[in-house]
Write a protein that binds this ligand. Structure first.
Ligand SMILES: *[C@@H]1O[C@H](CO)[C@@H](O)[C@H](O)[C@H]1NC(C)=O
Ligand SMILES: *[C@@H]1O[C@H](CO)[C@@H](O)[C@H](O)[C@H]1NC(C)=O
Ligand SMILES: *[C@@H]1O[C@H](CO)[C@@H](O)[C@H](O)[C@H]1NC(C)=O
Ligand SMILES: *[C@@H]1O[C@H](CO)[C@@H](O)[C@H](O)[C@H]1NC(C)=O
Ligand SMILES: *[C@@H]1O[C@H](CO)[C@@H](O)[C@H](O)[C@H]1NC(C)=O
Length: 761
């Protein structure tokens, strides 16, 4: 059955060609014909270059940068008009040298009829907060202003010691007239005034055409304490603007802004109200825009999952389980398999050496560790009912690229020796899955690709059954590349290796960046959550290796509980950890993942950073006490363990309702319905939803997964009237056991792909 179906799916997809970037959603700002223009400064195009670490930098508005800018210098070119008078006379051609934004041109003000030299500027209608004057004076020259009530105030008396220097004065009232008056002739080079709108800087991205915008991503960090405010505005024509929101100028990391409803726009502007300090500048690093699905794209259509919940759920463990005497036995209550961080440098002193697994099996240790015997370790895991996924962990940090004399051949030899010793076909069968690296992200792409090819083919050449996976990569951005974040699948898992690998490997936690640019954890359905990066990997898989499953080998949340505090910004409550755990597992099932491996089996004893409190249990300090998430998974497995995700009834902000049942040919047979509100676990509201089911379902029993001390409670059955079911939804998932009628043929849905997938199982 399996063989036939693989064949079918291969035929369906065989015409597609390899596309290393198939997972990416291209930002509207990365399309051709997009330009960026800024009010001042250098390199506006850098906000489009796909690099969060390069930036546009504004010019400095103060002390004199604003003078040339009509929007900022409210007196610019005023003396081209009759508003300026010398000794009561304005000339037709004006005295434009006075307000031409140049301190290299000037005008002499001579003694007039009343034995005074006097310059006046009529500034009615001009609103400004700072006035600067440059000139040359021979005697006391009085700078005065007249306010809107006609009251005259002396601002300053200029003397020859002020000659040709910028003299700047704060102005607090509406000024209708400025005058300079002296008993001796004087010369004025420039008069300028910064308007009350402040120093505004703007960067505008022109998409060239209207685009449907639902999400804008900005890395707009403006330096420390340089802007009063930053705002985001959108426009269709570059003339009238819709202000979307104020942004936090000090947000260090990129921030995602979601529009209330997606709308067509052509222009994206960031406007900075710059603090009034000399030589102050602001920056913008990157601007991206997408439709409402953002960088993740839309969710794929739901397909029945060939893997049941129990077989999907596993746990990340470690050698000796952190000296937990209950170790593997404890965790096998919530996991059908366990993943180990199998350090390559525990096996070999040098990647070119033989690990000496035969000698190890006889109790003489590996090439690198005299004390080590993986057979004992993995034997215990298997005895407890856990399959073993060994993630061979190696990094440039531990085994630098230059330490490998023959990278591909040495990797081949290790892969071959590993499968020969541990593999199910010719080895002792203790390990069923073998990952070429955990997060081997600090090697160059080509180096890793070559090690992957070697290790994968080495293992495959001796064992056709063992699951061979690449390390964990992501498919949503090329950006975070070298030197340390080389985690993009497109450059590391290449077409040539694809026949040798069994599944795609990824890690996905549920984070968002908040308005302050800080990373925080969130619920897995959040539209902006990084958990959605699974979608990009599905697109990559569908294009490049359509018949291979995706394994989510790390996911989870950090939480307090069991007397162990959680100090990182990404912590959630113990209850939220449990609730999100269940919901994340249901989402994984719906996305068709074959495995979801929780990180981590236990908290770490001494640390306060992210991933220290991800445990299903507390650390050894508190005797590996089971946390709420442990009991949650136990409850899910006891009620839904053998069930397979079948279909989506609804999946929007009002509720998620999924149907579960057996796999295989029992078309449409449904045994369970799972339903919840896809919002933050802190929301305690109950919402009633009334839904039309695809078939009549009769509730038999109903439970609520609480995430609390009592992990699961009985609940009243939902009311059913024909096909219509009324459910009480909360953030805590409801499991309804149902009876369904004789299956209706799924072929009626008219969805060819569903039909094929179906017979595959
Ligand atoms: C860019 O902005 C400057 C200053 O605002 C303006 O003078 C110029 O015309 C703009 N250029 C384009 C191509 O829009
Ligand atoms: C003008 O006079 C009114 C009434 O006395 C006062 O409220 C206002 O502040 C004055 N305006 C200025 C610019 O001084
Ligand atoms: C490890 O392998 C190297 C190369 O084969 C060998 O020289 C060395 O003696 C081995 N070490 C042990 C402890 O077996
Ligand atoms: C490995 O790390 C070293 C620094 O330790 C670095 O110079 C080198 O470029 C890295 N090699 C690869 C292949 O990434
Ligand atoms: C852990 O177990 C040990 C031995 O059973 C016991 O002495 C200790 O009190 C326990 N500690 C906690 C925090 O429960």
């Amino acid at each position: 059955m399996l063989q036939t179906s693989l064949f079918l799916l291969m035929i369906v997809h065989v015409t597609r060609s390899w596309d290393p970037d198939a997972g990416l959603i291209t930002s509207w700002t990365k399309m051709s014909g997009v330009t960026a223009n800024a009010s001042s400064g250098n390199y506006p195009e850098r906000v489009l270059d796909g690099d969060d670490n390069t930036h546009w930098s504004s010019g400095s508005c103060l002390p004199t940068g604003y003078m040339t800018r009509p929007g900022l210098n409210v007196l610019l070119n005023l003396c081209r008009t009759s508003a300026c008078q010398i000794n009561g006379v304005s000339t037709s051609q004006g005295f434009h040298e006075l307000t031409d934004a140049s301190t290299y041109t000037s005008l002499q003000i001579d003694i007039g009829q009343n034995n005074k030299a006097m310059l006046t500027l009529d500034t009615s209608g001009k609103d400004f907060k700072q006035l600067s004057v440059w000139g040359g004076y021979h005697g006391d020259t009085h700078l005065k202003v007249v306010d809107s009530n006609g009251t005259e105030t002396l601002i300053h008396t200029l003397t020859s010691s002020d000659n040709y220097q910028r003299k700047t004065f704060d102005i607090s009232t509406q000024v209708n007239r400025i005058s300079l008056e002296s008993a001796t002739a004087f010369r004025v080079t420039e008069i300028a005034a910064l308007g009350r709108v402040n120093c505004l800087e703007r960067i505008v991205v022109d998409l060239g055409v209207l685009r449907r915008i639902g999400v804008v991503r900005t890395r707009h960090w403006a330096g420390t304490n340089t802007a009063y405010s930053t705002s985001l505005a959108l426009s269709t024509d570059g003339q009238t603007w819709d202000k979307v929101r104020d942004l936090q100028p000090s947000a260090l990391h990129a921030v995602t802004t979601r529009l209330q409803s997606p709308t067509e726009y052509r222009y994206i502007a960031l406007e900075y109200n710059v603090k009034l300090r000399n030589y102050n500048k602001v920056y913008c690093w990157e601007v991206d825009a997408y439709d409402e699905f953002g960088v993740w794209g839309a969710a794929p259509s739901a397909q029945p999952n060939p893997v049941c919940i129990r077989d999907m759920l596993g746990v990340n463990g470690i050698w000796g389980w952190g000296y937990n005497p209950k170790g593997q036995t404890l965790y096998s209550r919530v996991a059908s398999y366990a993943r180990n961080y199998h350090n390559l440098n525990w096996d070999v002193k040098d990647p070119d050496f033989d690990p000496q697994f035969d000698q190890m099996g006889e109790g003489h240790g590996t090439n690198a560790s005299w004390w080590l015997n993986w057979d004992n370790e993995y034997g215990k895991w298997r005895a407890a009912g856990l399959q073993v996924d060994a993630s061979i962990q190696f990094l440039n940090k531990t085994f630098g690229a230059s330490v490998w004399n023959t990278p591909r051949q040495s990797a081949y030899n290790y892969g071959r020796e590993f499968a020969r010793h541990f593999g199910p076909q010719v080895g002792n069968g203790l390990v069923t899955a073998f990952e070429v690296g955990n997060e081997p992200w600090d090697y160059s792409a080509d180096f890793y690709a070559s090690v992957l090819k070697g290790m994968a083919t080495g293992a495959r050449d001796v064992d056709q059954i063992i699951n061979v996976l690449p390390g964990a990569f992501q498919a949503y951005t090329i950006a975070p590349e070298e030197p340390k974040h080389g985690n993009y699948i497109g450059t590391r898992v290449k077409q040539g290796v694809s026949p040798f690998i069994s599944a795609i490997n990824m890690h996905s936690y549920s984070f968002i960046t908040n308005d302050n640019g800080k990373r925080v954890a969130t619920y897995p359905e959040h539209k902006d959550s990084t958990f959605n990066s699974i979608r990009n990997m599905i697109r990559w898989r569908d294009t490049n290796v359509p018949y291979k499953p995706i394994w989510l080998t790390e996911w989870g949340w950090d939480a307090d509980g069991g007397q162990e505090d959680c100090a990182a910004s990404e912590c959630v409550t113990e209850r939220a950890q449990a609730i999100y755990g269940a919901r994340g597992l249901f989402l994984s099932a719906r996305l068709g993942l074959a495995r979801a491996t929780w990180y981590f089996y236990a908290n770490l004893p001494t640390c306060n950073t992210l991933f220290c409190r991800s445990g299903l249990t507390t650390s050894t300090k508190h005797n590996f006490t089971e946390k709420a998430v442990f009991h949650m998974f136990e409850s899910v497995l006891s009620r839904l363990g053998e069930a397979h995700f079948r279909s989506v009834v609804t999946e929007d902000e009002h509720g998620y309702v999924y149907l579960f049942g057996p796999s295989g040919t029992t078309l449409q047979k449904i045994t369970h319905l799972v339903a919840w509100l896809p919002v933050d676990a802190g929301d305690v509201s109950t919402r009633t939803v009334t839904l039309t089911m695809p078939m009549a379902l009769t509730p038999v029993a109903t439970w609520r997964l609480t995430g609390g001390d009592v992990a699961v409670t009985e609940d009243s059955n939902p009311v059913v009237d024909g096909l219509v079911m009324t459910l009480s939804l909360t953030t805590r998932p409801l499991i309804v056991q149902v009876q369904s009628p004789i299956p209706v043929s799924i072929i009626e849905s008219g969805d060819k792909r569903k039909f094929e997938t179906f017979f595959e199982m």
